[in-house]
Write a protein that binds this ligand. Structure first.
Ligand code: ADP
Ligand code: MG
Length: 646
């Protein structure tokens, strides 16, 4: 019984797992090739003592300069009759060991300097960084030569020289990142919890810079192997008779014209090792980037990928409606798991109408809104079915150029956080003017005049002054007005507002809402208004759609939905809203959590949390069916008027 119960859970958790780093790395063919080549070389180098190889240093003048593929010497012999294959394997062992050790020393010392300098700041930072600058002021190969000249030639000294020369790369890199992290809130929180600087560096900052250290390391190892080879080539590294790839190259140079293979073989080996390490390093860098982890290792496309099931019949859109969405589904494909963020949504908005889209966080509201104009990031996002029609025109089938024309033109978006969506380095007036000029052939002057008119329209006081302000100089309310001005710039017929007032305080929220409502009526634009706040819905929306786990569970006229909802979920959402002067009101949050959209079960997605759940709720597909008046709900046991949840 327990085993049977545990099994599906284990299966599900494995199913929903993100692709492992290794699987992602294997996705990248070049990195895989690099890994394979490197693995072969490393294994051969490690196994050198047990391989049936001749003594790499044993000279045999009778068989000097034997050609490639001769019976006793597959890669021939060098000028002293030593077996090239044996020297190659032993030499690669030395070169790899020196290059990797030098990188590790440089990474360790450089990162430590960077961490301390970046975190301590002030004089410590100044002193350490000026020291680093001093190192960087010399051409690095000259510096390495100077260090070897002082320490004396030899492999170990070459290793130190290369490590020292590369410390600045790590130190500068890590200091920059540490500097940014040291002023972040989570570090302040750690300080407040009583942690000392050493522990903060070790437990808060180091984990954040570790990926950068690994990336820098993986991309510099190849370089350091080259530098080791360079020093040995010049006779400053490995000393005869010891073989390393650089000294082999140097010795081969002397017989370059009589026996080119002697220098070609180590040259090729250096090339292969460095190439393999660099390809692998690039692959590792891509894998460690969290934004790439959730998708294939490709660049995000300008528009959401559309994979429509051709067997599903396409419905003719209503040409009268400004927006007509039928059966829209949007999925996120991550490794083997598929998150059905939007699973068959129908929406219709008439000209001049405002439709509210309400639901808990994570219910798929934003993804629905972004799917309309192909703004869902792809990969991992995919529009998996349905139609989206704007005034009768199918947007999913439209060409990219047409979508670009509509974006910010006839269809505009207002987002939740204008600080994140406005460009921090340009004055807000310029940004609005740019939005205008992207769609209309206006001169700079005319665009500025138009911007001023828009700023007046959204009631920004003192518009001429404000146009020159940068986003960080404006208050949250003013910033949101700027975004609304930008959204209105090209007389949109559809405005998609995704929680535009959630980041604002109540008084500013009321002003922005009233403004949006007035502008909509003035311009007769349709609005898709996304919010989690029923109070806001009741103020400006004629109709409302309630979303849960990627589907619309109830829709109808706002006052009907708000006063007598049919779906228990809507009722509970409404009951969660506190009302002033009614302290006895039930404020119990809805039990449980929304289901994970990558593991939806048949039947009603709300069943697990619903107080009215019955056995039939958990089977089959529940359609959105008309209940009473304008209400339609996806529920088998809807609430009757006046009925409350016990
Ligand atoms: P909300 O209703 O709060 O706006 P969203 O539409 O943002 O919710 O998210 C719906 C679901 O889609 C969530 O489960 C979320 O985790 C998932 N999701 C959203 N964006 C991405 C993304 N870029 N990659 C993977 N999953 C995503
Ligand atoms: Mg959202």
């Amino acid at each position: 019984m327990t085993a049977a119960a545990a099994e599906p859970v284990a299966e599900r958790s494995e199913h929903s797992s993100r692709p492992s780093s290794f699987a992602l790395l294997m996705n990248n063919r070049l990195a895989t090739a690099g890994l394979v080549v490197l693995a072969v070389i490393v294994v051969a180098a490690l196994a050198a003592p047990i391989l049936p190889l001749e003594n790499p240093d044993a000279t045999d003048p009778a068989h000097r300069l034997a050609p490639l593929f001769s019976a006793a010497h597959p890669l021939g012999t060098d000028a002293l009759g030593r077996d090239v294959l044996s020297r190659l394997v032993w030499g690669s062992r030395v070169s790899l060991a020196v290059g990797v050790s030098a990188s590790l020393i440089a990474a360790l010392a450089g990162s430590a300097i960077g961490l301390v300098a970046g975190y301590a700041g002030g004089r410590t930072d100044q002193a350490m960084m000026r020291g680093i600058d001093l190192l960087m002021a010399f051409p690095y190969i000259l510096l390495a030569l100077a260090i070897v000249a002082i320490l004396g030639p030899g492999l170990v000294n070459a290793l130190y020289a290369i490590a020292i020369v590369n410390i600045p790369f790590f130190a500068r890199n890590i200091r920059g990142i540490t500097l940014g992290l040291a002023r972040r809130e989570f570090v302040d929180a750690a300080k407040l919890s009583g942690k000392g600087p050493v522990r903060i560096l070790a437990t808060e900052i180091l984990p954040n810079v570790l990926p950068t250290i690994v990336i820098t390391l993986s991309t510099t190892v190849g370089w350091m192997i080259l530098e080791t080879a360079g020093l040995s080539f010049l006779g400053l590294g490995a000393q005869p008779p010891q073989a390393d790839l650089g000294s082999m190259l140097g010795e081969g140079r002397k017989v370059m014209f009589t026996a080119p293979a002697v220098s070609l073989v180590p040259g090729l080996a250096i090339f292969l090792i460095v190439m393999a390490i660099n390809l692998l390093g690039d692959g590792i860098r891509d894998v460690l980037d969290p934004r790439l982890r959730s998708g294939a290792l490709t660049r995000p496309s300008a528009r959401t990928a559309i994979v429509r099931d051709r067997r599903r019949p396409k419905e003719e859109p209503d040409p009268e409606a400004t927006l007509d969405v039928r059966d829209l589904s949007t999925e996120f494909h991550m490794g083997r798991s598929t998150a059905k963020a939007v699973g068959g949504v129908d929406l219709k908005i008439a000209r001049g109408e405002c439709l509210g889209l309400v639901g808990e966080s994570g219910s798929g509201k934003s993804v629905t809104a972004m799917s309309l104009m192909g703004l869902v990031p792809s990969p991992p996002g995919v529009v998996a079915g349905g139609t989206v029609a704007f005034k009768g025109e199918d947007l999913l089938d439209a060409r990219d150029a047409r979508i670009r024309e509509l974006r910010g033109g006839a269809v505009s978006h207002v987002f939740q956080d204008p600080l994140a969506t406005l460009h921090p380095l340009f004055p807000v007036g310029d940004q609005v003017a740019e939005a205008i000029r992207a769609h209309r052939p206006l001169s700079r002057r005319d665009a500025d005049a138009e911007t001023r008119r828009l700023f007046e329209l959204v009631r920004i006081p003192n518009p001429a002054e404000r146009m020159k302000a940068y986003p960080h100089e404006l208050s949250g309310g003013l910033r949101q007005r700027v975004s609304i001005a930008m959204a209105l710039a090209n007389d949109p017929e559809l405005i998609v507002a995704d929680e535009p007032t959630t980041a604002l305080d109540v008084t500013v929220q009321a002003q922005v809402l009233r403004l949006l409502d007035e502008l909509r009526r003035e311009k007769n634009a349709a609005v898709l208004f996304i919010t989690h706040d029923f109070g806001v819905v009741s103020e400006i929306c004629e109709r409302v759609a309630v979303m849960y786990a990627g589907r619309i569970v109830e829709t109808g006229k706002t006052d009907e939905v708000l006063s007598e909802p049919a779906h228990p979920y809507t009722r509970m959402l409404i009951d969660c809203v506190p009302v002033m002067g009614e302290p006895e009101r039930r404020l119990d949050a809805i039990r449980g959590r929304p289901p994970a959209v990558d593991a939806l079960t048949p039947g009603c997605a709300f069943a697990d949390r619903c107080p009215r759940v019955q056995a039939d709720c958990r089977t089959g597909e529940l359609p959105l069916t008309p209940k009473r008046d304008s209400l339609a709900a996806r529920c088998l046991h809807p609430l009757e008027p006046g009925e409350t949840l016990s």
